[in-house]
Design a protein around this ligand. Structure first.
Ligand code: FAD
Length: 595
């Protein structure tokens, strides 16, 4: 079967913050740029970001990029690469001011400057006390950001392919990336997008867990496609559980609520975070707060009839502050928890929120993998940015508001690298391999013709339950080992999924089956990487690696100060060193992480 081919200079998969920021760079440079998205661009998950974007603008009090860098390294539990972290923190002010110039409607201080609020783990003077660093547009920062960047892209003639799902990454004999195959969701037509450079900006994969703050479309497509194309995945054992998902619903209540003065309380109405993080209290880093909440619940101080959640209290704040700074949160609390936070506290539990690992890149957005001859080699023509990428700035635990910053900084730098690369290439595209579309066609063919296979919904649910139970906020040696086994069995079923109504062209079941092919790669990588890492670090905390004098917080720097690389082929692991050398300042030295 022949497949239509469309040619572009650059193809970007994903129209969230990272994809849109990169596209601006490419289109402004006059390159023919296509952006593919499963949903209309402004419905990408970035739209749901509430709390803000970090930048040491210092609009309300003194701040400095070096303090931001210190907090990010500490937040990452020293697993983040210090060159990339310095790069990001130094660029923050520039990319936020750029957004302002694109027309992003930030909230304002009385002096007319961008409004900034405190956020977990962001401190002044190398960890002294919380600082106002998160630049916010009420509790709808991501919404305002996506709209500003989409409009900018319309202005510079970026070409959007809306409701197109990329299916596979295409590499030639030399391993260079030459395009992607994609399906138009409405018609099921398969098209080859032939490009000189491809950027993956497909966002997170929080849907591998049963309870998640992530949108239904966050199915790790880019990560799955990369794994199938032989690219290893970095640090996939590290997943952030956000402390405040609405109990029972999973919908996010931003940390900005605690930034504005919200307090977590147990069934004794105690402000329990004072015991766990005497200095930062409710604004400690997310992994610390999530674990404290689970400990309170496990020790019988949970709230409600089942004692299965804690309460987030803002009833002491003036109603005007809630209405002005947190209007969306009030709406969510009323709709999903049935409480008006002006009068009653909100029931909350830790919920899967963010993927720290992903496609390995350097701070220029280039995908970098080990090869037979070298420890790190750039994959020609392939770039990644945003949540699907691992630069690595978040290491073992991301600080809130650093993700919107990550997608701006690395979206822009990936865009710049792509412009340089494309302009350095010959005018003609590299030829497509003869079998460019065969793999995709065989996958779709399986779905159309499979008989007696597994049910997509059931296989996905089994995967989500296994991840939740075996790889959650706290991890147990025995459960992890069983989890590896279970996920491998479920992967066997996923390879045989069947869709019920094969006659229909537009069929959400078919799309869900293709998404599940990606989710399962993420689940496998996560489980295998987590089982192998026998220390506790950041968001990865194991029962058999407790806090001792030799190993602060259970961390084992002797053996585990290294990044995991998971290879799909052979389901095997390799490791690479953490870059402890920043670009211009001194290394931020290892120490015990406390807030
Ligand atoms: C509820 C919530 C609140 C958050 N709040 C904050 C916050 O306040 N501050 C902060 O810093 N971070 C926050 N985060 C994290 C942050 O929003 C995300 O990490 C970030 O927005 C991800 O951006 P992205 O551009 O990488 O991907 P996304 O915005 O998720 O976009 C992914 C894009 O890829 C497309 N796509 C995916 N697969 C395919 C495919 N196969 N084919 C074609 N297109 C595809 C999608 O259609 C979409 O356009 C929050 C996250 C959530 C879930």
């Amino acid at each position: 079967m022949s497949v239509p081919v469309r040619k572009f200079d650059a193809v970007i998969v994903g129209a969230g913050g990272a994809g849109l920021r990169a596209a601006i760079q490419l289109s402004e440079a006059g390159l023919k740029t296509a952006v593919l998205s499963k949903v209309f661009p402004t419905r990408s998950h970035t739209v749901a970001a509430q709390g803000g974007v970090a930048a040491s603008l210092g609009n309300s009090e003194e701040d400095h990029w070096h303090w931001h860098m210190y907090d990010t390294v500490k937040g990452s539990d020293w697993l983040g690469d210090q060159d990339a972290i310095e790069f990001m923190c130094r660029k923050a002010n520039e990319v936020v001011v750029e957004l302002e110039h694109y027309g992003m409607p930030f909230d304002r201080t009385d002096a007319g400057k961008i409004y900034q609020r405190p956020f977990g783990g962001h401190m002044s003077n190398f960890g002294e006390k919380p600082v106002r660093r998160s630049c916010a547009a009420a509790d709808r920062t991501g919404h305002a950001m996506l709209h500003a960047m989409y409009q900018r892209n319309v202005k510079v003639n970026t070409q959007f392919f809306v409701e197109w799902m990329a299916l596979d990454l295409v590499r030639d004999e030399e391993g260079a990336v030459v395009g992607v195959t994609a399906m138009e969701m409405e018609t099921s037509e398969i098209v080859m997008f032939h490009a000189k450079a491809v950027l993956f900006a497909t966002g997170g994969a929080g849907r591998i867990f049963h309870s998640s703050t992530n949108a239904f479309i966050n199915t790790g497509d880019g990560v799955g496609m990369a794994a199938r194309a032989g690219i290893p995945l970095e640090d996939m054992e590290f997943w952030q559980f956000h402390p405040t998902g609405v109990a029972g619903a999973g919908v996010l209540i931003t940390e900005g609520v605690r930034g504005e003065g919200g307090i977590l309380r147990n069934s004794d109405k105690e402000r329990f975070m004072e015991r766990y993080a005497p200095n930062a209290k409710d604004l400690a880093s997310r992994d610390v707060v999530s674990r404290a909440m689970v400990t309170e619940i496990n020790e019988g101080r949970g709230c409600g009839p089942n004692k299965d959640h804690v309460l987030l209290d803002i009833t002491h704040l003036p109603p005007e502050t809630i209405l002005k700074r947190l209007p969306g949160i009030r709406e969510i609390a009323i709709q999903f928890a049935g409480v008006d936070p002006i009068k009653e506290p909100i029931p909350v539990v830790p919920t899967c929120h963010y993927q720290m690992g992903g496609i390995p890149t350097n701070y220029n957005g280039e995908v970098v993998v080990p090869s037979a001859t070298s420890k790190s080699e750039v994959v020609s023509g392939f770039y990644a940015a945003g949540e699907c990428a691992c630069a690595s700035v978040h290491g073992a635990n991301r600080l809130g508001t650093n993700s919107l910053l990550d997608l701006l900084v690395f979206g822009k730098s990936a865009g710049e690298s792509m412009v340089d690369f494309i302009k350095s290439q010959p005018a003609a595209h590299r030829p497509l391999p003869a079998n460019a579309c065969d793999f995709t066609l065989s996958r779709v063919d399986r779905l159309n013709n499979q008989r007696g296979g597994a049910n997509v919904h059931e296989a996905r649910l089994a995967m989500q339950r296994a991840m939740q139970k075996h790889c959650g906020v706290f991890r147990f040696k025995k459960l992890l080992e069983e989890g590896v086994q279970q996920i491998s069995e479920i992967a066997g079923q996923v390879a045989q999924t069947e869709i019920a109504d094969k006659s229909r062209v537009f069929n959400t079941a078919r799309l869900e089956a293709l998404e599940l092919d990606n989710l399962i790669e993420v689940a496998k990588a996560t489980m295998v990487s987590a089982n192998a890492r026998t220390e506790s670090r950041g968001a990865h905390v194991r029962d058999d690696a407790p806090d001792t004098t030799e190993r602060p917080n259970g961390r084992d720097d002797q053996n585990w100060l290294k990044h995991t690389l998971w290879f799909r082929e052979g389901n095997r692991l390799d490791y690479k060193p953490v870059n402890l050398k920043p670009l211009s300042v001194e290394t931020i030295a290892l120490k015990k992480r406390a807030y």
